[in-house]
Design a protein around this ligand. Structure first.
Ligand SMILES: C[S@@+](CC[C@H](N)C(=O)[O-])C[C@H]1O[C@@H](n2cnc3c(N)ncnc32)[C@H](O)[C@@H]1O
Length: 240
């Protein structure tokens, strides 16, 4: 598998995902994260080019990050305000940074970049290990589109527009999917994911000693329903 987060991806990440940098997306994101941080420091797992970390830091929260990709981190480090967001290069499933945090968060489906259950369980445990008592772990992730798969079919076309064709290819036995992307003038791209049902994340949280706190469909805190395409889920470390 090519490095999915190398220089090619880093160079175009912010412009390809421009809508994700809009006030409509980041406004409610920062509002919820700042509320959960409640004046305590926050740690972003997989901080990327700083889309959320920089906006949260600008709102007054003390933010640090862990990020695997040097290329993504280099893009963050040239942005205004990045001196306030220290990044440790490493794997979010295993890397420890000093200190205790009131909030650890992992957004934009990135838990699914860990391709085994073992790594995802380790990631929850690592989040819990960074939390102070009463601190929260938040993830934002899609709900697998398994209900769109007729028997015998493995493909779900989730977006077909002039600017992007996206098709997910499910392997339900391995609980994995390959997301295929076609963008105008670009080489065909693929990303690999391990998906999980929300209940499996709840179990990972429980294994890490965390308690359920909230689950919404999105950052605007709409109710999570049987038809929700994504969820923003929060678990809390019990008080001492
Ligand atoms: C979809 S981007 C999200 C970046 C940022 N959180 C955002 O919301 O824009 C996924 C990021 O996860 C990082 N990543 C993937 N696997 C990782 C791992 N095991 N540990 C730390 N970072 C990882 C990638 O390098 C990439 O920067």
């Amino acid at each position: 598998m090519d490095d999915p987060w190398g220089e090619d991806t880093a160079a175009t990440y912010d412009t390809d995902d421009a809508a994700m940098f809009s006030d409509e997306v980041l406004g409610p994101t920062v509002a919820l994260l700042a509320e959960l941080a409640a004046g305590r420091p926050a740690l972003e797992f997989a901080a990327g080019t700083g889309r959320v970390a920089l906006a949260l830091a600008a709102s007054g929260v003390d933010v640090s990050g862990i990020e695997l990709s040097e290329s993504m981190t280099a893009r963050l480090r040239v942005k205004p305000g990045s001196e306030r967001v220290p990044i440790t290069i490493g794997d979010m499933a295993t890397t420890r940074v000093p200190g205790e945090f009131g909030l650890v968060y992992l957004v934009y489906n990135t838990i699914t970049n860990l391709l085994t259950q073992e790594e995802q369980v380790a990631c929850f445990a690592n989040a819990a290990a960074h939390l102070e008592p009463g601190g929260c772990f938040l993830i934002e992730v899609f709900v697998p589109r398994l209900r769109h798969l007729p028997p015998g079919n493995t493909l779900v076309a989730y977006e077909v527009t002039d600017s992007h064709v996206g098709v997910d290819e499910y392997d339900v036995l391995a609980q994995r999917l390959v997301s295929h992307h076609a963008l105008p003038g670009r080489p065909f791209a693929r990303s690999h994911h391990r998906y999980a049902w929300p209940a499996e994340y709840d179990l990972m949280a429980r294994l890490a000693g965390l308690e359920p706190h909230a689950r919404w469909a999105d950052w605007s805190r709409r109710p999570f329903t049987a038809d929700s395409a994504s969820h923003v889920s929060v678990w809390r470390k019990p008080d001492r």
